[in-house]
Design a protein around this ligand. Sequence first.
Ligand code: PMP
Length: 415
Amino acid sequence: MKNFSLKQSRQLFERAKAVIPAGIYGHQNPGFFVEGEFPTFLSKAQGCRVEDPDGNRYIDLLCAFGPMVVGYRNEMVEAAAMAQAAATDVGNLPAPVMVELAEKLVAITPGADWAVFAKTGSDVTSWSLAIARETTGRDLIVMVDGAYHGVHGWCNLRHRGFPAAERALVLNLPWNDLDAARKLFVADGHRIAGLITTPFRHEAGADSVMPAEGYLQGLRQLCSESGSLLIVDDVRAGFRMHMGGSTQTLGVTPDLLLYAKALSNGRALSAMLGANRTRKAVEDVFVTGTTFTQAEPMAAALATLQQLESLDAIAFMERIGRRLCDGLQQRATAAGLAVTLSGPAAIPFMTFAADQGSFVRSRSFAAAWARAGVFVHPYHNWFVSAAHQDQDIDEALAAAEQAFAATALAHGPDQ
Ligand code: PMP
């Protein structure tokens, strides 16, 4: 590999700062990575590999924060998208592909009778609240404390720029605490329009936490008993745990299911799915957008779903993710470092026990792994894809040996 340099990245970021507030806003700002140790821009992507403007190449285990699920520039997805774009894309009216995609999603999703489309995860999380309120005629929404559902006022975790009044009708619940949920429903059940949850707890800056036994089933029951809607935000986990919605791994069917990210392998598309009970509300609530019915991402989504099915991608990603996690665990132990691998195998995350939440070793490790040719995030969970092959994982693990050694050298092995 050529010498690792970030000169072009640094120069581009200086230019960016002059004309774009913060240079890069949101979660891609260098401050969210290890500043000065990661590229600030990426200029090429193919399969499971990405390249930065300095020509450094990486095996990508962040997958664009989730969207890349069958490989960057996947041939079949690109061909379908290009053919659709050549025919029609954003138009006066939707293209027929919208019907095909809705039919496909309804066919593969237990409990879904309809699908509607938007662009971002935030679009559909906020839209789902309106559908829950319109369906039930109630006003309260329950969400898990600290959960990420996007950037709109009702759930923005930073709170700045959005008045507290926007959160006034949102109640918070601790994750995995069914007793707390029961109490809340006893007190306010008659006012709760919907409870929104992710299939597992995956906030940045913490180990992922799977649902405790009976927890999601218990929430399902509480919602059913009180006439509230269970909304599953599958924006991040969707199509990496189950093709019919991630909570199907536990036999839990939500009233509203929300997708974005992996649905179209990275093109701008999100979806909300539901049953006939909520159909009228979707007809009555006026939500739309100039590009919500854009055809190209829908063609990409159909091709992505076909690829996921024909590659048996859920089982494949589980296997390849397990190989990655086991390999990391082994190599960390060999380097004298205790690590915790959490989350489903296809959406893994790793922290260092000795960090005790400081992420000091996580930062060293992520920076050293990037230098050795693997792109992950120190604070945010990672993703594997159907484009990662065994040899990619082996290469990433060989590079991890160097990264663990560098981390042990910088901070000492655990006592
Ligand atoms: N919900 C979850 C669970 C997410 O992970 C995200 C994005 N990380 C969102 C909602 C918001 O999606 P978007 O960034 O497309 O608005």
